[in-house]
Design a protein around this ligand. Structure first.
Ligand SMILES: [Zn+2]
Length: 457
């Protein structure tokens, strides 16, 4: 076989964020990308996000999108602005969710612009332009590219619509995982079996550690709600709008339906999460079998007595005048912005309230300060004493842990010639690569940012 594919790690090697894989076909000269994500950190506007692309956007024929998290889609509008006019492919759910996420992040960039003067690197027209090039394809459908190459999407079980992408030619296959789900997840399906592959590019966010509290997450959530009811307090859950919010809502729905908690008002106070939830409703076909059977039995998984979706600012403000006990789910997940900060300012000073952190908190964020036990924090230029209980649970992570990642890659031990370990902090990627060598007898490589490799495919 003489045909080759060259793969350049244009983003997402040596870092969790900024996913951007660039492929060039030796047969046809065709170039394509998998993901075009934002680099993320404590600050939202990292200089890396506005650096020139390492390829000519106008020369790219296809862009495959694994899922709708910003670190996989955030630079797409800029790619369009700079001349990309090829074809974008993902599941239809990813397309719908990406639209909401990109619009929301532009509005955040605009509000920051008022303070910093930094202009957003794209505008609404660039988002609309991306949508016009974007077409949904279902899992397992053949997507012919060029020179005999065929792409296909497989369910990665990470968030609604998330996919791994495979590229196959004459019986040889490359799989790029995107992010891999923490199966079994409350709503989405399990990660599919790794298709027979010769090369694998995989994520490694949790490559060096296991999730400790995944079995206890449901019980912890329930016990915090019960405690809140007893203390007549408020349970505030700063939640990531995509997947985590829907997972938490579904868990509370199950408590209510099974009478595991008494009646308590629950407020979903995030316009973005409300829009995302309505997209979830559209794609019930992607839910796991358990959730489908719950729905079939007549239960609406995002609806239960005393649940309100508060869309407008007035509705949001009215939550404050309702006496406890109550549960408030509001964005953003790290309390960097969004409505949750108003609630935190109000509820943090009182010991009968609880703040439940449900995911990773980046250093420097308000969520991180709370997690680290700050006695007082600054919110909207006021000093707020922290007397509320601060609880955290990592079991809602949407990523496979170390053992899960090893078990996933080991499925390919018979055919895999090389595994590229990416999308993790360097320490985590190195650790996983070593484990894959030792425990699954796989040939691994941790690519550097910008490195190019040649694949026989
Ligand atoms: Zn993700």
């Amino acid at each position: 076989m003489s045909s080759t594919l060259t793969l350049t790690f244009a983003g997402g090697a040596g870092s969790v964020t900024g996913a951007n894989f660039h492929l060039t076909d030796s047969v046809s000269g065709m170039q394509c990308l998998v993901d075009c994500g934002l680099f993320q950190g404590a600050s939202t506007s990292l200089p890396k996000n506005v650096e020139p692309f390492s390829y000519v956007p106008a020369d790219i024929a296809f862009l495959f999108v694994t899922h709708s998290h910003m670190d996989h889609i955030g630079r797409i509008p800029r790619l369009v602005r700079e001349g990309f006019h090829g074809v974008i492919r993902s599941t239809p759910a990813t397309k719908d969710l990406a639209y909401e996420m990109l619009k929301d992040s532009l509005s955040v960039l605009r509000s920051e612009q008022r303070k910093t003067g930094i202009e957003p690197p794209y505008d609404d027209e660039d988002i609309e332009g991306a949508m016009r090039l974007w077409e949904g394809v279902e899992y397992h459908q053949d997507i012919p590219i060029s020179g005999g190459l065929v792409a296909r999407l497989y369910d990665s079980g990470h968030i609604l619509g998330s996919a791994m992408v495979s590229f196959t030619r004459e019986g040889r296959t490359l799989v790029i995982t995107g992010d891999l789900g923490n199966s079994p997840a409350p709503i989405v399906r399990d990660t599919e079996v790794l298709p027979e592959a010769h090369y694998l590019v995989m994520e490694s966010v949790y490559g060096d550690r296991n999730h400790e509290d995944r079995d206890g997450r449901t019980e912890l959530l329930r016990s915090l709600i019960l405690e809140t009811v007893e203390k007549k307090g408020t349970l505030v859950i700063p939640a990531f709008s995509l997947e985590r919010t829907q997972d938490v809502l579904f868990e509370i729905n199950n408590f209510v339906e099974s009478h595991a908690i008494p009646n308590v008002p629950v407020f979903m106070d995030s316009p973005l999460a409300i829009r995302v939830t309505s997209i979830y409703r559209k794609y019930e076909r992607y839910y796991n079998a358990d959730v489908k059977s719950v729905i079939k039995s007549g239960d609406d998984i995002f609806k239960f007595p005393h649940l309100s979706f508060t869309e407008t600012r007035e509705e949001s403000e009215r939550i404050n005048s309702i006496p406890g006990p109550k549960v408030v789910i509001a964005g953003s997940g790290m309390s960097n912005g969004g409505r949750v900060r108003h609630h935190e300012r109000l509820y943090l000073p009182d010991a009968k309230n609880t703040i439940l952190l449900v995911g990773y908190q980046v250093p420097g964020s308000l969520g991180r300060q709370l997690l680290e036990g700050a006695k007082k924090v600054r919110i909207f230029d006021t000093e707020v004493p922290v007397r509320a209980r601060i609880a955290s649970v990592n079991g809602y992570s949407a990523h496979k842990d170390m053992d899960g990642l090893i078990a996933f890659a080991a499925q390919g031990a018979k055919t895999l010639e090389k595994v590229f370990v990416t999308l993790g902090e360097p320490r985590s990627s190195m650790f996983l690569a070593q484990r894959l060598r030792d425990y699954a007898d796989l040939n691994t490589h941790v690519p550097e940012d910008g490195e190019t490799v040649t694949l026989a495919l």
